[in-house]
Design a protein around this ligand. Structure first.
Ligand code: ADP
Ligand code: MG
Length: 718
């Protein structure tokens, strides 16, 4: 029995999905797989778990699992559903890679895809819901005797293609369409394509809407968190909260159209504003960069000639995936009486979260993605045009409560990015799905990417290499079916990328496990160090940055040590940084003083714990624990660690170009890798930057002004 508050009940009843409860539950009772389609905001995520709960689908050993493609959504939705049901977060909980609040009482669990993949191997029953159609495929392999109920919920699914595909369903599953209460949205195109300064264009558009158009919330889509903060700051300056109680004297004015202003007369902002986009919003499960910029600007001062307009306050809120949950929750609260809401968001607001009261959408038309080239191992963040489907989703956000407007710029088709699929393949193989290439993915990765991933897994020893003749035959047919090895099974139990899993699997000897775990945790979390190369806003800041850079460089040299330990390079720095930080109690003060990101250090701590547990499960005799006072590795351990790292990163090998090859100047201090024609370089932040060992392995290549190797360690080649 659920005891909801009357207000909550009333709010729920407004959602279109409520009228479909019975239809959905009957379908679930009769079919193993049910598809629910409905516009974003129709109530799929918040309501369907409640239907199942009330119908008795959860018990002590059978929970309702809900996957969300994003971790913000997993957290926010678990809180929301707990609140709607008047239940504690002990019962309605969430689990993301590094954290969660799941208890023995948990009956509804929101989680990310990655967590589910691990779970699938252990759990046999329960009801699962998924908002991400890529995941349903996992279940399909189990379809025959599905010991669970699966609901696939989507706003964008082209259902016919999907249900009528006989490779997927012998008998098409029932599809329940939720009537949508979408109001029409007028899309206004801006002919002038914003080349670089789309943040500036968005600013001007918001300013115009706020000054000229009737009441209604504004939602702005930008690409990254630094941009979001910059625009928030700029808008708060332009429309500061008024000191007096707002809107008291002319209360009835708030809905009237504001006077027309000729926009051509606006002063232009100084160039450079809006290109603060140096920082990437990292792929969510990948770890985090969070600069924790100060959001609260006391005075709305001058901004390049703009006059702040305190008579027209605007309630400006940021929203991006790594924002603290309390701050995220702000967007769901009604804005102060009579003040317009303006949410400046990244892609998270596109499908996962529905913000109430939005009437205007301003879409920069771009999205930031992490691109990873499987073949070369180069990864980079790129801002690209969004797809038509995304643009439509974004526009749709404006029509939830009344007819709305969307402002966007003329877009082009997005280029296709390639994503690492090795982990996916390994997990599938561990589930005994051997012919991965034949697997009917709804959105299949390219054959090229699948082949490359399988090659890597064979090279890592996770899959059995086929006989040469057999392989040729397989390749001709694009049909690979290498079975998993015992090593591969062990690797699949570690919640990290296969390369790193291999390192862990190799580290049993010489007491190296605690070090390998620490290195792998640090490499997985990435970006331990603060970004210190950013432009400074003032002379004081410049001085501060300079002295901090010097301090960090010195600490890195200390942590890397000399002789044998220096050969482990940047990975030795990671070990030293984590060791020293934990020794000091991992305080924000220590991190601040040494240019370490506190948040990253906390994530590494959690991941070390999690990896230690995973390793103990495979090899209990190791009796591992996370030692906050971990001693530095001995010289022979360092040597062994270098071998382990080389085994994991073996295909990321680079050789310094020999002097006779120094034909052109661009090859000075350059390295050559088997996969790239262009020279690559050791990143200046590396402790091996000046050492220039003959052979190195690297964690990744990042392309900025040049191709730079990061996470570099030297290797001896016999
Ligand atoms: P769907 O999954 O179909 O996209 P949701 O179940 O996420 O829809 O959302 C249903 C409704 O609940 C939306 O109108 C949304 O604004 C509202 N909602 C979701 N989370 C919150 C929250 N934390 N506070 C207030 N309203 C919320
Ligand atoms: Mg949803």
């Amino acid at each position: 029995p659920v005891n909801r508050s009357p207000e909550m009940q009333e709010e729920r009843l407004k959602l279109p999905i409520l009228s479909e409860e019975q239809v959905i539950m009957e379908a679930v009772a009769e079919h193993p797989i049910v598809i629910v389609c409905g516009e974003t905001g129709s109530g799929k995520t918040t309501q369907v778990p409640q239907f199942l709960y009330e119908a008795g689908y959860s018990s002590e050993d059978s929970i309702i699992g809900v996957t969300e493609p994003r971790r913000v959504a997993a957290m926010a939705m678990s809180q929301r559903v707990a609140k709607e049901m008047n239940l504690s977060q002990r019962v309605v909980s969430y689990q993301i890679r590094y954290e969660g609040n799941v208890t023995e009482e948990t009956r509804i669990k929101f989680m990310t895809d990655g967590v589910l993949l691990k779970e699938i191997q252990k759990v046999g029953c329960g009801s699962w819901l998924t908002d991400d159609i890529s995941l349903w495929s996992w279940f399909m392999s189990l379809e025959r005797n599905l010991p669970l109920k699966l609901l696939i919920m989507s706003a964008t699914l082209r259902v016919e293609d999907f249900t009528q595909n006989p490779r997927l369903f012998a008998k098409p599953p029932p599809v329940i369409k939720v009537e949508s209460r979408q109001f029409p949205v007028t899309v206004h195109f801006n002919k002038r394509t914003p080349l670089e300064d789309y943040s500036g264009e968005c600013f001007r558009k918001v300013r115009k809407i706020h000054r000229m158009l009737p009441a209604g919330g504004i939602l702005v889509f930008l690409t990254g968190q630094a941009e979001v903060h910059a625009l928030c700051r700029r808008l708060r300056k332009a429309f500061p909260p008024s000191r007096a109680r707002p809107q008291e004297k002319d209360n009835d004015q708030k809905d009237s159209v504001l006077p027309q202003i000729n926009l051509d007369h606006y002063s232009v902002l100084p160039a450079g504003e809006g290109d603060e986009d140096r920082e990437a919003e990292v792929d969510e499960e990948e770890g985090a960069l969070d600069s924790d910029l100060d959001l609260d600007l006391g005075d709305g001062g001058q901004d390049g000639g703009e006059q702040p307009d305190a008579s027209l306050p605007l309630h400006v809120l940021p929203l991006y995936s790594l924002l603290a949950p309390e701050k995220q929750a702000q967007v769901f609260k009604p804005p102060p009486e009579g003040i317009r809401l303006c949410v400046v968001a990244t892609n998270v607001a596109e499908t996962s979260l529905t913000i109430p009261g939005i009437k205007y959408v301003v879409d920069c038309g771009k999205v930031k993605k992490r691109y990873y080239d499987r073949v070369t191992g180069v990864s980079s963040f790129r801002v690209t045009w969004v797809s038509q489907a995304s643009a439509d989703q974004r526009a749709g956000r404006a029509g939830r409560t009344e007819p709305g407007h969307c402002y966007r710029w003329v877009t082009q088709a997005p280029p296709q990015g390639r994503w690492p699929v090795e982990d996916l393949i390994l997990q599938m193989k561990a589930l005994n799905i051997e012919k991965v290439i034949n697997f009917p993915f709804p959105t299949p990765p390219s054959v090229e990417a699948l082949l490359a991933a399988e090659e890597l897994l064979i090279a890592l020893g996770a899959l059995q290499p086929p006989q040469k003749a057999e392989r040729v035959k397989q390749l001709q047919k694009n049909r690979l079916s290498c079975p998993i090895t015992a090593l591969g099974r062990t690797m699949a139990t570690f919640p990290v990328a296969p390369r790193y899993a291999k390192m862990l699997a190799l580290s049993r000897q010489h007491g190296c496990l605690p070090y390998a775990i620490t290195i792998v945790a640090s490499m997985t979390v990435r970006e331990l160090f603060e970004e210190l190369d950013r432009p400074a806003a003032s002379d004081e800041e410049l001085a501060r940055l300079k002295s901090k850079r010097a301090r960090v460089a010195q600490m890195k040299r200390t942590w890397a040590g000399q002789g044998a330990s220096l050969k482990l390079g940047d990975l030795m720095v990671l070990l030293g940084a984590v060791g020293a930080c934990e020794y000091a109690g991992c305080t924000p003060q220590f991190c601040e003083a040494n240019g370490l990101r506190y948040k990253a250090m906390m994530e590494i701590r959690r991941l070390r714990g999690q990896l230690t547990t995973a390793v103990n499960a495979v090899c209990p005799e190791a009796e591992l624990f996370v030692d906050p006072k971990m001693q530095p590795p001995t010289e022979s351990q360092v040597t062994y660690l270098r071998q382990i790292v080389t085994a994991g990163l073996g295909d990321h090998l680079a050789r310094r170009v020999q002097s006779e090859e120094l034909l052109e100047d661009k090859w000075r201090n350059a390295y050559k890798t088997p996969l790239l024609d262009d020279p690559v370089f050791i990143h200046p932040s590396s402790v091996l930057f000046k050492e220039l060992p003959e052979f190195v392995v690297y964690q990744e290549i990042v392309e900025t002004t040049k191709m730079y190797m990061k996470g570099v360690s030297s290797v001896e080649v016999q």
